[in-house]
Design a protein around this ligand. Structure first.
Ligand code: AMP
Length: 109
């Protein structure tokens, strides 16, 4: 499958990985929108939140707990978690991922 984040997960394309286990990978965004901008993605190819199945419940839970762990590891006092869904939702890469953003004061959404 010709998917950028699948290739990053498999190590076929280089990335600045900050976390990896058997289910998830996290790496620095190549075009950071904040001082800290980490992407957390399942290794399994899921196109977007729209494509989630009941069987993905545990994986999605792990996605959020991993974001929390990375925030703790980076000693972040406050942060924003974002998941873009579909083109109209700002999603560019069609492989589900969570943005962890921090480092600048963020206004309310
Ligand atoms: P989204 O708009 O939610 O699909 O976010 C995709 C994100 O992937 C953007 O913030 C891009 O800067 C980021 N991105 C694209 N290519 C790479 C790459 N090779 N390594 C790391 N981040 C990337």
């Amino acid at each position: 499958m010709d998917c950028l984040f699948c290739k990053i997960a498999k190590g076929e394309i280089p990335s600045a990985k900050v976390f990896e286990n058997d289910k998830l990978v996290a790496f620095n965004d190549i075009n950071p929108k904040a001082k800290i901008h980490i992407l957390v993605a399942p290794k399994k190819h899921i196109e977007s939140i729209k494509h989630l199945q009941e069987s993905d419940k545990e994986l999605i839970s792990e996605l959020f707990f991993t974001a929390k762990k990375l925030a703790n590891d980076n000693n972040l006092q406050g942060y924003r978690l974002v998941i873009n869904v579909g083109r109209e939702g700002g999603q560019i890469v069609d492989h589900l991922h969570l943005h962890l953003l921090s480092g600048d004061a963020m206004g309310a959404v």
